[in-house]
Design a protein around this ligand. Structure first.
Ligand code: SF4
Ligand code: SF4
Ligand code: FES
Length: 250
């Protein structure tokens, strides 16, 4: 296999980015973008297509098994995990860019700390050990599989850093808390955060579900949260979120 890999590069501490192109060949059929990046970085010296010396490409990885979310980047314009994306599924020239909804630290490394800031702001945790009811255990397990990779925010037209909409990367862990939220006060607090930071701004076009590398059923989890909010409203929660009072477009 022979590919041309174009990488959008940015030096640490600098704002300008630039494209650098590398030629890549492999005997193997199922090479991933992560393997190609590792192999490029093992070259000594690393030369670009024009034969000019290039600095090693900075990118993040950890598990290399699609389980940690560290290697999320834009591959031919779509958010994906480099360790899962096979080069053979792309055209002869492949473009790698850092996620664009987050500040770039260097090359393909984006600063995704905002994901955790959102969870902290929503207080997505329980004070004591709690388990889901038997009928909610599958949902709890599903919601626990979120990688916090940020791919859903990257594709989301409603998400812009600094706004109140926190997107699926916050909804999924919040749903996990709701499944185990025996304490109705905790559940009510999380559902109120969900209303503030998700429900009122989601366009429901579901682009997030198409790119989620963990293949989470995001629409189902959203429906679950909406149903729980409805129940909370009906049973005397602070607000009836289905009424005009919620501010949602009718
Ligand atoms: S459905 Fe659309 S607006 Fe809502 S979280 Fe997914 S991508 Fe964003
Ligand atoms: S919901 Fe999917 S795309 Fe979004 S952060 Fe979790 S694993 Fe990544
Ligand atoms: S390195 Fe963990 S998901 Fe790619």
């Amino acid at each position: 296999m022979r590919k041309t890999i174009k990488i959008l590069r940015q030096r640490k501490g600098e704002k300008e980015s630039f494209w650098q192109t590398f030629l890549y060949e492999s005997e193997q059929e199922n090479v991933t973008a992560a393997q190609a990046l590792s192999e490029l970085n093992q070259r000594n010296p690393l030369l670009d297509r024009e034969g000019k010396a290039a600095a090693p490409v900075q990118w993040e990885c950890n598990c290399l098994q699609g389980k940690c979310g560290a290697c999320a980047m834009l591959i031919d314009g779509f958010p994906a995990l480099a360790c899962e994306e096979k080069l053979k599924d792309h055209k002869d020239t492949i473009e790698l860019m850092p996620l664009q909804k987050f500040p770039v630290i260097e090359d393909l490394v984006a600063d995704r700390r905002v994901l955790f800031e959102h969870l902290k702001e929503m207080k997505v945790w329980t004070e004591q050990k709690q388990t889901a009811a038997p009928e909610d255990q599958e949902k709890a397990f599903t919601a626990s599989r979120c990688l916090q990779c940020g791919c859903c925010l990257e594709i989301c037209t409603s998400y812009t850093d600094g706004r109140d909409f926190f997107g699926m990367a916050a909804l999924v862990p919040a749903a996990r808390i709701v499944t185990v939220g025996k304490s109705s006060a905790k559940k009510e607090q999380i559902l109120e955060e969900y209303r503030k930071h998700f429900y009122e701004c989601c366009d429901e076009f579901h682009a997030c579900e198409h790119v989620c590398p963990a293949k989470l059923p995001l629409t189902d989890l959203m429906s679950y949260m909406n149903m729980e909010m409805k129940k909370a409203g009906e049973t005397g929660g602070k607000k009836d979120v289905w009424g005009n009072q919620s501010g949602r477009k009718q």
